[in-house]
Design a protein. Structure first.
Length: 156
């Protein structure tokens, strides 16, 4: 599965960079996130509850940052397991450009799933993944915008 997107954020690039690397901001913005722990400058560990069609699971995983070019971007690589639900793994290239006092965040994601998740069907998984990515970036833009906070998760 591949996804690409772009978001305009009314904040300076350095601030956007710092918030993309802040565990509290990430926890607020990741849909279903229960915890994010920074292990080092390039590693995070997270626990996320996700529901894909009839499959609901708690995922635990690690995220590693590579190709660091502060504050212009990096590559995020991660893998998570959800017990019998299966696994998800992938990477995302994130680029930050300053334009007129705002930051343009561009991303490209490549992800794979296995186990029960893979049996659900790619169309459903793609839809859920796109919805989660859109929700994350909407919350992130709101959190980083002046006077903003991440929107609370909608009721399940």
């Amino acid at each position: 599965m591949e996804m690409h997107g772009e978001r305009r954020i009314p904040a300076p690039r350095q601030e956007v960079w710092e918030r993309l690397n802040d565990p509290e901001t990430l926890k607020e913005c990741i849909p279903g996130c229960q915890s994010v722990e920074k292990l080092s400058d390039t590693e995070f560990e997270a626990k996320v509850r996700a529901k894909v069609g009839p499959v609901s699971a708690n995922f635990s995983g690690k995220v590693t940052l590579t190709d660091l070019d502060p504050p212009s971007g990096y590559t995020i690589t991660g893998q998570g397991t959800g017990g019998v639900a299966g696994f998800a793994k992938g990477s995302a290239k994130v680029a930050l450009d300053e334009e007129g006092g705002e930051t343009v965040l561009r991303y490209g994601v490549d992800a794979q799933v296995g186990g029960k998740l893979a049996q659900i069907g790619s169309r459903l998984i793609d839809g859920v993944a796109r919805k989660m990515a859109d929700e994350f970036f909407t919350r992130f833009v709101n959190a980083v915008s002046p006077g903003g906070a991440a929107e609370p998760a909608p009721p399940a």
